[in-house]
Every structure is written in C-alpha cells, then in structure tokens.
Design a protein around this ligand. Sequence first.
Ligand SMILES: Nc1ncnc2c1ncn2[C@@H]1O[C@H](COP(=O)(O)OP(=O)(O)OP(=O)(O)O)[C@@H](O)[C@H]1O
Length: 502
Amino acid sequence: MSPVPENCFVPTSEIIAVEETELNKKQRNIGKWQKMAKPHAFTVYYVKKARNHRWRCSDVTFWCVDEHLCNQWIQALKELLEMQKSRPKHLLVYINPYGGKRQGKSIYEQKVAPLFSLASISTDVVITEHANHAKDNLLEVNINKYDGVVCVGGDGMFSEVMHGLIGRIQKDSGIDQNNPKAPLVQCNIRIGIIPAGSTDCICYSTIGISDPVTSALHIIVGDCQPLDVSSVHHNNTFLKYSVSLLGYGFYGDILKDSEKKRWMGPMRYDYSGFKTFLSHHYYEGTISFQPAKHTLGSPRDKDSCRTGCYICKKSEQQLAEQHKECGLKHEEDEEEWKVIKGKFLAINAVNMSCACPRSPKGLSPAAHLADGSADLILVRKCSRFDFLRYLVRHTNQDDQFDFSFVDVYRVKSFQFTSKLSEDNESNITDIGKKRFGQFCRDHPACCCNIANSTWNCDGETLDSSAIQVRVHCQFVKLFARGIEENSKDEAVYSQSSIEQLL
Ligand SMILES: Nc1ncnc2c1ncn2[C@@H]1O[C@H](COP(=O)(O)OP(=O)(O)OP(=O)(O)O)[C@@H](O)[C@H]1O
C-alpha cells in the first residue's frame, strides 16, 4: 500500500481515478493480507497537495476479501466521479515544441499525457509547426466536440490560443472585433495552460506555481477560473487582447530591445532590462481613463485575490445588474473620464497581479483576476535612484505604490496618446525636432524621448502607441481556481479517513 499520512479525507472532487488492482504474488504476501485466501483490491488516485500550491497524484490501495463488496466500491466511486460534470472528457491540445527550453513535447508526453489517460480524458494533439498555427487551426476546427483547449508553452502560446478562441467565437457570432464598442461574446470553453515557456506568468498568477503536473491536475478535476480580458484598439482597428500586462515605456522598451537579442535565450530579458534601466527614458503623453466604480476593491488593499474571491463575485454581479438596467446601450461613454498629462517612465496596466517567481507579489499585488478592472500604474519622471527603489520593492514586502512619483488607479477603460502623435495630429511640423536626434533638443539632459516607446502587450509589441483599452469582465475561463489560501494546511489528507470510506 502506498504510504499516506494518518487521518486524511479526500473530497470526491479531488479523486482523479479509481481502478481495480491486479494483485501479484508478492503483493499478496505482504502484511495482514497474506492470510487472505484470495484478496481483492482497488486503487484510488487522488490529488495530494504539497507546499507552495504544488499538486501531485497520489494513490491508496484498498484490500478486501469479498469480491462483490470490492466491485460495489469501485462501481460507487466511479458513479461519484461521473457526477462531476465540470470534468473534461475530450480535449484539444496544442504543443509549442520551441517554447522555453524546447521541452514542451517531452513535458506533455512524460508528465501530462499519462495523467490524462489515467483520468480517461481523450485528446487530439497538435504539435505546432509555426507561429499562429494554433490560432489559425482554432478558426476552422470543430470546436463543439471539445470540453476545453490546452496549450503547452509559455505566455505567448497562451495568448495565441486565447486569440484563436475569442476570434472564433466572435466570427461565429457575427461580431466585428474592429469595433471597439462591439458587445463581444464571452468565451465559455475553458483553456488549460501546461507551463513550458520562458515566461509562465499567467499560469503562476492563476494557480500559484508553474508546474506541469499541478496544471494537468487542475484540468482533470475540472477547475474553472474566469479571467478578465482587455481589448486593445487603435482608432477602429483591433490590435490585440491582453490578460496580464500592457506596458509602455520601461516594459515596452525592454521587450523591443530583447526581441533583437533572441539568440541570447531567456537571459536577454536581464540584459535588456539592465540596459533599459540605464537609458532611463521618459515619454510624454496623455492618459485618460474611466475609474472602475463597480468594484469594491482598491489597488492599495492589503488582501490579494484568492480562490472564490468575494470581490470578483460581487463585481461581476454589479456589472451584470448595470448591463441589465442599461440594456445593450453603451452608457460607458457618458461616464466620467479622468485625464492626466505628463512625462512617464512607465505606464503599466495589469489585469492580474502579474506575480512570477522573481516578483512573487507582482506588479500590482491586490489586482483581481475577474473583477472587470485593470490596475493602471503611472510611474512619473523621477531619478534613476528612485526608479531603482521602486523596482526593488517588487521583490520585497514594502509597498511599491508608496512613492510620490507613482500613482495607481483601478480602471475599466483607458486611452493613451503620446505627445508625438498629439503633435502630429495637430499638424505641428517641427521637422528639425523630428529629424535631428531622438532626444529633446531643448533639454538634452532631461532624457525625455521624443520618439514613441512601444506597448508591450502580454509579451508582444503593438504597432501603435495611441491605443484605446476596454476591460471585459470574466471574458475567458481557465482550468484553474486562483491561488488557494494556505493550501498546504487545508489539505492534510491522510489514510485513515480514506479507509473510513470502506
Ligand atoms: N512551432 C512553432 N514555431 C515557432 N513559433 C511558434 C511555434 N508554435 C508557437 N509559436 C509561437 O512562439 C511564441 C512563443 O511561444 P511560448 O510562449 O510558448 O514560448 P516562450 O519561450 O515563453 O516565448 P518567448 O520566447 O516569447 O519568451 C508564441 O507567440 C507562439 O505564437
């Protein structure tokens, strides 16, 4: 029998599978069972919760002399599992074989596929051959036959699959994604992320750990975590959807520089980060936003979004009521817009905390996964030393928003226009200024960059600096449950309670 701690129970929702156990001669000769003439046995595979949100598949075998009783137990437990209606039976899996350390295929084959097969989940697996393979495939595949789509890769691969799914659903519903005010149709088919990339921030922020086995088990038990999605437009052209970070200035410049150094591998982010920090560029522009009045939370809250989050539930209800009252008419336009002009080192809008192993609190520790808002963080012009202090606070317990040059707002939509585009629009043709040098000619020492920065949208660059962003509450669903509070303490399962089943 597998070693399991004392006094434990397993909720049926966390049983992975039940199987009749074939006993070999050696097994029959252990312990008290050796006296049994013909023992019968079955094995229960279940989720065992370890430290730091890590899940493992554990098992316990039950022995019994009565064959009929043993079969009755197997039957009863299988019926209980059948009643778990949220569990997927058939999945579509996309594997990026080149993501991260190029381990996607072996991670799936060695760690994930055996668990899916144990849980009787059938799969159609596509190994992608080029970028956008999964996205294009999702536009034509018979999506209705699947209970979920799984991507094996990093944040880029997740983004591709999400764009494919959302795009497919809008296409089927006749919605024009280029219209920034279009009432988009929610995506109810769940997405599972098996982390195998160089950045797995979305997996980490929705499960609490980047671990392929833990993610596979969340898929098997049929977890469901809704997630807000921001749509990004330039005038009447759809650019992208974002679920984690939309960053202009510092994070945009890092991404742009690191793209040129892909040959360096994941180290390129450190190199470009250091270089961008030293260059210390400011960007001038105007940001206007609509505060998220529907949500109870604030970015300065001490509590973080956790499994079954009350604020996310309440915000969703509040938004649903507002929509019911106003019908489909877009009352948002009439709501108050706040306008801020300035010089910014970084403009970051996050739909989730953006926690990762390097910054376990993330860019906005109190951001919610599904409250229909984004946290807009404005880092204004400051000294290099102050900016370094700000960055360091992402790695320790100090409040990163407690600086005079940092403002944070919870918003439901925002727009940004750089000074350069404003000047172009108002036909200011200071050709000399544009032609000579990137930097402000009037104040060469101020590091104010006349050129635009680039938007970093979940790790990909956007072509336009002037953008309009709208948050769509609980727009996609993941096979996840958010981060569990004290997951280890809640999960001290042990053997004797399992035995109480018998
Ligand atoms: N077969 C393929 N060949 C090349 N690119 C692919 C392939 N399959 C998927 N992609 C693209 O690779 C990009 C990065 O993938 P992924 O996120 O899995 O890896 P990553 O190592 O975390 O990414 P990055 O290199 O951007 O940090 C995705 O945007 C995806 O569109």
